[in-house]
Design a protein around this ligand. Structure first.
Ligand SMILES: Nc1nc2c(ncn2[C@@H]2O[C@H](COP(=O)(O)OP(=O)(O)OP(=O)(O)O)[C@@H](O)[C@H]2O)c(=O)[nH]1
Ligand SMILES: [Mg+2]
Length: 303
């Protein structure tokens, strides 16, 4: 547990710099030693209004006393209000004044996946600032989950009871990505049935011995035991993640792949935006060849 004072000012300044930095310029910065410390990274994702912020707020309350905890919310419904970031049922005054707690909202910009452009660098910064836990809230729009999956150790998928959520989630191929399913707003009708549906779908996935089998939890803002159970399940998954052979190497490779793909996509996006109609009249093989040839010259075309 980190007991040194958190330099909020330096952290905020650096996060702002990263939030505004051109990803290409950032990629050209001199390589730094990897951070000595790694935060436990937990992604909380799900459809708009599923209750992500509410869960993040309660998790922050439960987990902040154990160490330095950061909350990063990408595109929250109301970026200006800390209350919205944490959900309206969490009393801010219970969290305010905790010197080891840091909450920040990030706007998503160019990336099509609904994540902040330089999120990998921001998460690495959280490691450098000695965070024990980082909770990352993102609104699920299909693509976002794929990107979050690459960045976190534990992925919590929040689903609403009795909605088209599960169909959407299946369509987007995100059911296989969750480490923990949470049917939130379990005080509403349909939660049990939804959990049963998820269980039916989840049991179709094959698991080797020693694999993590994603649990399906029910939660409600007014049910403290359900929130504690979620926090405990996150701990269990983190413990499994830390010791399971090959899992950390896989996660590292996944992050590295995501980082490179994100840069390439940005670069290719710039290239395509710069072309005129005549370019698209040429054969597709020619277009492809030109696009690939343009890749190494990103610095000549600032975005
Ligand atoms: N019935 C019920 N409503 C809840 C519960 N938890 C949260 N809500 C309500 O659901 C609404 C959305 O909650 P949020 O936590 O802001 O949801 P979110 O997923 O963060 O929403 P976005 O960030 O806008 O996508 C709010 O009006 C909450 O009061 C719950 O357990 N039961
Ligand atoms: Mg929210």
């Amino acid at each position: 547990m980190n007991v040194t004072p958190l330099d909020r000012w330096a952290l905020s300044r650096e996060l702002t710099r990263l939030a505004n930095a051109d990803p290409m310029a950032l990629a050209r910065e001199p390589l730094r030693d990897p951070p000595a410390h790694a935060a436990r990274r937990v992604g909380i994702t799900g459809a708009p209004g599923a209750g992500k912020s509410t869960l993040v707020g309660h998790l922050a309350q439960l987990r902040a006393p154990r160490g330095r905890l950061g909350v990063l919310a990408v595109d929250p419904s109301s970026p200006k209000s800390g209350g919205a970031i944490l959900g309206d049922r969490v009393r801010m005054d219970e969290l305010a004044g905790n010197a080891q707690l840091y909450i920040r909202s990030l706007g998503s910009r160019r990336t099509g996946d609904g994540l902040a452009d330089n999120l990998p660098e921001m998460l690495e910064l959280m490691d450098r600032f000695g965070f024990d836990d980082v909770l990352l809230e993102t609104v699920g729009v299909g693509q976002a989950e794929h990107a979050v999956r690459a960045q976190v150790d534990t992925m919590v998928l929040v689903l609403l009871p009795d909605s088209g959520d599960i169909v959407q989630a299946m369509k987007a191929g995100i059911m296989e990505m969750a480490d923990i399913f949470v049917v939130h707003k379990a005080d509403l009708p349909g939660a049990q049935r939804m959990a049963t549906d998820i269980r039916r779908i989840a049991t179709m996935a094959r698991h080797a011995p020693g694999d993590w089998v994603p649990p399906i939890l029910l939660s409600a803002a007014g049910d403290p035991a359900s929130l504690q159970a979620l926090s405990d399940t996150i701990d269990r998954h983190q413990a499994w993640h830390a010791q399971a052979p090959g899992v950390r190497a896989l996660a590292r490779a996944r992050r590295a792949r995501y980082r490179l793909r994100r840069l390439l996509e940005l670069r290719i996006g710039q290239f395509i935006a710069q072309q005129d109609g005549a370019f698209f009249d040429t054969p597709i093989a020619e277009q492809l060849a030109q696009a690939v040839a343009a890749l190494p010259h990103a610095e000549e075309t600032p975005c």
